[in-house]
Write a protein that binds this ligand. Structure first.
Ligand code: DGY
Length: 328
């Protein structure tokens, strides 16, 4: 007798190769027109599915989880960050949550590095000038930025992505500093010639560029609070490719407008897709629409991870990418 295929509901459009493979393996409901699920649609999906495949645009909160149907045993998130899922509620209900770690490390670190270069070197301003038709040709004082070689980069969160940013930044001659819950292994510190700061406050006050690379958890919400942002040097830049909620966005916008912080490169925002209008208006801020991991290769790898997690679970084994409870 053939085994019943798990009923899998996917909330957003995924790369075609991933959707095709899912359709071969599972009784899958895809979202071909990519309309984000509203709350009622999520509730309905969670009432009927064996597996929900959400993304960061779905707020899978405690209420929805409490009211999930008896068949829902796995939430196989398409993405690394799981701050949109109430992990404690899922655990209490016996629902396993998995994510897609590792496969978006390099792409996200590349984007952080791109912003580390783009902001001090004023790339977006240069592009705007050219497109406006106002460029009168080269001049010695036109659009002068700041050199990054030799500057101090302070990485907040030295996990996989933080370390990948550090490796890239070293190649550009930046000095690596970091704050983390605990120091990384000595070999990694040595390889990166990285300096550990136990005190985030102390580090922030001394860096030229800050890169935020920690996950958003209750412990890191507004880790870069109004008070901490005010510790930064007025010549410092901030780059965030992690989650907007880690920074007090209103205060960041205010400090940049006031000239108390030199600029920012932001791929993520506190209330996506809304953005503080001051950030949008500032020429000292480079904004991107949460595209840090947006590569074809990365999205396919993420889909493969989701498929492996679902398949392993329904083959009766522990899925490899269970979200560790220590994350929250
Ligand atoms: C993730 O997976 O958490 C990323 O932010 C999505 O690109």
């Amino acid at each position: 007798m053939t085994k019943k295929r798990p009923k899998v509901i996917v909330t957003r459009r995924l790369p075609e190769a991933v959707e095709t493979r899912m359709a071969e393996l599972f009784d899958v409901t895809l979202n071909l027109d990519d309309t984000p699920f509203d709350r009622a649609m999520l509730a309905e999906a969670m009432a009927t599915a064996d597996v929900l495949v959400p993304t960061l645009t779905d707020d899978v909160d405690a209420d929805l989880i409490a009211n999930a149907g008896p068949n829902l045993k796995l939430i196989a998130n398409f993405g690394n960050g799981v701050d949109h899922i109430d992990l404690a509620a899922a655990r209490a209900k016996g629902i396993i949550v998995t994510n897609t770690p590792g496969v978006l490390t390099d792409d996200t670190a590349d984007m952080a590095m791109a912003l580390i270069l783009a902001v001090p070197r004023r790339l977006a301003e240069g592009q705007r000038l050219l497109r406006s038709g106002d460029w009168k040709g080269w001049s010695p004082t036109m659009l002068l930025g700041h050199r990054i070689h030799g500057k101090r980069l302070g990485i907040v969160g030295m996990g996989r992505i933080g370390q990948a940013v550090a490796r890239r930044a070293r190649a550009f001659g930046l000095q690596i500093h970091y704050h983390n819950r605990r120091p990384v292994a000595e070999e990694i510190e040595q390889e990166l010639e990285a300096t550990y700061w136990d005190s985030l406050d102390q580090m922030l006050a001394r860096m030229d560029i800050i890169s935020v690379n920690c996950p958003h958890t209750p412990a890191t919400y507004h880790l870069l609070s109004a008070r901490r942002l005010r510790l930064l040097k007025p010549t410092a830049y901030i780059v965030n490719t992690a989650r907007g909620e880690v920074i007090d966005e209103n205060e960041l916008a205010r400090l940049i407008e006031a000239g108390a912080i030199a600029g920012a490169g932001l791929d993520v925002f506190e209330h996506e897709p809304a953005i503080n209008p001051k950030l949008l208006a500032s020429k000292r801020v480079v904004v991107l629409p949460h595209m840090g991991s947006a590569t074809v290769e990365g999205r396919i790898d993420m889909g493969e991870k989701v498929i492996i997690n679902i398949k392993t679970f329904f083959d009766g084994h522990a899925p490899p990418d269970r979200v560790h409870p220590a994350m929250f």
